[in-house]
Ligand binder design. Structure first.
Ligand SMILES: [Zn+2]
Length: 233
């Protein structure tokens, strides 16, 4: 589909007039009309605004000229699974499981491979095959190439270590010693959980085998220093 049709469809689906869309992306109504007639295409800055307004990738606005692939896990990207930046704009580099609100989920390639392999195994693809496929694919993706830079020189790893220590120091009854924090993948990523104080926390991590305790653990980790010591939260 061409840009003119894409914009027309998105605009009408959202019930906006040309005038209303023009105001939202700071152009004249005539400009919108010219896009939809195919006389011009929006400039780069306007494409970014349109992408945010419609929550679709710039790639989609341009009529899908390239196949987007998550640069962390290699998954083909469609608008519904593209990640967002903290300011609500789409980040076309990553899927929503690998990147969320400015945070990268994976800091260890082997952890990611473990997660992916579980979803890839079927009658035609053995675990061994899936594993070797991922081992070959991942190092060619931008995220892993730039990993050192993106991981804040190990700060994220240090944060996880600190979190594990703090959780263990709580000595929660019945909770075995926490050795490792893993990224949560699946439909619960980015699930917001409202707190009594009106704030919302997001579930990004869980402890292997003890996903039931996620809310308590993650709430604990999300609160301020003052409330951190309260085991009942
Ligand atoms: Zn991904």
């Amino acid at each position: 589909m061409e840009t003119k049709n894409v914009i027309f469809e998105l605009r009408t689906k959202k019930g906006l007039s040309q005038e209303e869309l023009a105001q939202k992306v700071m152009v004249t109504r005539q400009a919108v009309s010219r896009w939809e007639n195919g006389e011009t295409v929006p400039n780069t800055e306007t494409l970014k605004l349109l992408s945010k307004e419609f929550d679709v990738s710039i790639n989609t606005l341009l009529g899908d000229p390239r196949q987007l692939v998550c640069q962390c896990c290699g998954m083909p990207l469609e608008d519904g699974i593209i990640s967002h930046n903290g300011d609500g704009t789409l980040n076309e580099e990553y899927c929503k499981w690998c990147y969320a609100d400015g945070t990268y989920t994976y800091s260890n390639m082997d952890d990611l491979i473990d997660v992916c392999v579980k979803h890839m195994v079927n009658d035609k693809f053995t675990e061994e095959q899936a594993r070797s496929y991922m081992k070959q694919l991942l190092p060619s993706l931008d995220y892993w190439k730039r990993y050192e830079e993106l991981s804040d020189n190990g700060q994220f790893e240090a944060f996880k270590e600190q979190l594990i220590k703090e959780i263990n120091d709580l000595h929660i009854e019945g909770l075995p010693k926490v050795e490792k924090l893993n990224a949560l993948v699946g439909s619960y990523v980015n699930l917001g959980y409202p707190l009594p104080n009106g704030k919302t926390v997001k579930f990004l991590m869980f402890i292997e085998k003890y996903s039931i305790v996620i809310p308590e653990i993650f709430l604990y980790t999300s609160l301020t220093n003052k409330t951190k010591g309260d085991k009942n939260i």
